[in-house]
Design a protein around this ligand. Structure first.
Ligand code: FAD
Ligand code: SF4
Length: 400
């Protein structure tokens, strides 16, 4: 197993200043600009041209219904459910539903290749996008590389290798750029399996997060911000360390999130055919959002391998979100005993199921709206989608 490098080691690898990134500091390193599709960047880049509604129309046949609050939050969808693999994949981020769907699609000949992210030989968290041609190569990409990943950097290989049927696994900003250039790829069929994504970081930022938050940063193999309001770190020896969200050193950690992620309003991956996350499901379950017929076709391939249950919604998020806005701004850190107590109380009486997902979306959208308003006021109007304006409009923001 590869180990995590130290921050010193990473300094030499710190963000490459790259003149070929028209979005400049807002670039999420999605990889498009590493290919000749950079030609389309002004139209395709999620941070230069926000066009979620148009691309929803192109992909799903309609954009969000703004009269329907579920559409504001979860995007265009046909159905949602909570699911678990009956036999989880060892070492997957959750139970491995994403990897299982990708393997089935290859095994049944629905696709010839899968764009996914393995890690480099030296560093388990350094992303290495590939086009996997076998289930073994897909499984080698299981588990999150919780860093910005240039998934689209492999797009040129599609044309070169003559691939006609492709599955792309990716997060929202990657998928927005992909959908914008989809017609240029020469594919007969593109399937998109998305995950939600929020608060991503550069590799150096990840190291700072691990060193600030975990008792043993070098042995962390996997972590997740869970629905029980704790971060769960899994270590090499299999032990689980939990740290309450409310005990995070917000002051120190405020600057680790990538500016792209602080200005993102596509948490739920609006343009994927099928989304697999966790935040709308009970603790220990994965959350599935079927956006269109293609997504349903993909889910049907693995239905027999899943335990499922309906989604539910419990609790009220609004007061907690409203209180969190000034607290985040001020970088409030609670003493650990108070943070643990607060975590326990909120876990018992706080938002659950879809209401937890709404809590997380509201908290991130209000924070990101303030970030864009303060740092890129000229972009605010066009960059924030209408559904996000409505979500943010439910809260009182600081006057500046
Ligand atoms: P696995 O079978 O383990 O497969 C994981 C897949 O993720 C692999 O195919 C791999 O190619 C892909 N992947 C790994 N790293 C990256 C990356 N950096 N960029 C793009 N693709 C990658 N879900 C939520 O509900 N809420 C969140 O806030 C949330 N944040 C996330 C942030 C990141 C950076 C990522 C990558 C995922 C996030 N997810 C989130 C999704 C969730 O953590 C799981 O990835 C998802 O539920 C699938 O679990 P699995 O066991 O089926 O995946
Ligand atoms: Fe290019 Fe992607 Fe960065 Fe936009 S986010 S500038 S498309 S690499």
């Amino acid at each position: 197993m590869t180990s995590a490098p130290t921050r010193k080691h990473l300094k030499s690898k710190a963000l490459k200043a790259d003149s070929r990134r028209p979005a400049k500091e807002l670039c999420s390193e999605c990889g498009l600009c590493d290919t000749y599709y950079i030609h389309y960047v002004k139209d395709a880049c999620a941070f230069l041209n926000q066009q979620i509604a148009e691309l929803e129309e192109q992909t799903h046949g309609r954009s969000r219904d703004l009269e329907n609050q579920d559409d504001w939050y979860f995007g265009v969808h046909q159905s949602m459910m909570a699911a678990q693999k009956k036999e989880p994949i060892e070492g997957a981020q959750w139970t491995g539903i994403v990897s299982t769907i990708a393997c089935e699609m290859l095994n049944r000949g629905l696709v010839e290749g899968v764009v996914c992210v393995q890690n480099t030989a030296e560093d388990r968290f350094q992303p290495m996008p590939v086009i996997a041609r076998t289930p073994e190569e897909v499984l080698a990409a299981r588990v999150n590389k919780p860093t910005l990943s240039p998934n689209l950097s492999v797009l040129e290989q599609i044309e070169q290798s003559g691939l006609k049927r492709l599955l792309v696994i990716g997060v929202g900003c990657q998928i927005q750029a992909l959908r914008a250039v989809e017609k240029e790829l020469g594919l007969e069929k593109l399937y998109v399996l998305g995950t939600p994504c929020v608060d991503n970081v550069s590799r150096a930022g990840l190291q700072k997060f691990l060193e600030t938050t975990s008792r043993s940063p070098e042995t962390v193999v996997h972590y997740e911000f869970m629905q029980d309001f704790r971060i769960h770190f899994k270590h090499e020896d299999g032990s689980i360390e939990t740290v309450p969200f409310f005990g995070l050193n917000t002051k120190k950690l405020k600057d680790i999130f990538a500016p792209s992620c602080l200005s993102c309003f596509d948490y739920v991956n609006s343009l994927a055919d099928l989304v697999v996350g966790y935040m709308g499901a009970p603790f220990g379950w994965q959350w599935i959002v079927v956006r269109n017929e293609t997504g349903q076709e993909m889910l049907d391939l693995v239905n027999e391998q899943l335990n499922t249950q309906p989604v539910f919604s419990k609790g009220k998020r609004q007061a907690a979100v409203q209180q969190g806005i000034p607290a985040y701004d001020a970088g409030v850190t609670l003493p650990m005993w108070a943070a643990k107590l607060m975590g326990v109380v909120i876990d018992k009486i706080g938002p659950q199921g879809l209401e937890y997902a709404r809590f997380s979306i509201d908290s991130h959208f209000t924070r990101n709206y303030l970030y864009v308003r303060r740092n890129h006021p000229e972009k605010l109007e066009a960059h924030v989608p209408e559904y996000a304006k409505r979500i943010v409009g439910q809260y009182e923001l600081p006057k500046e």
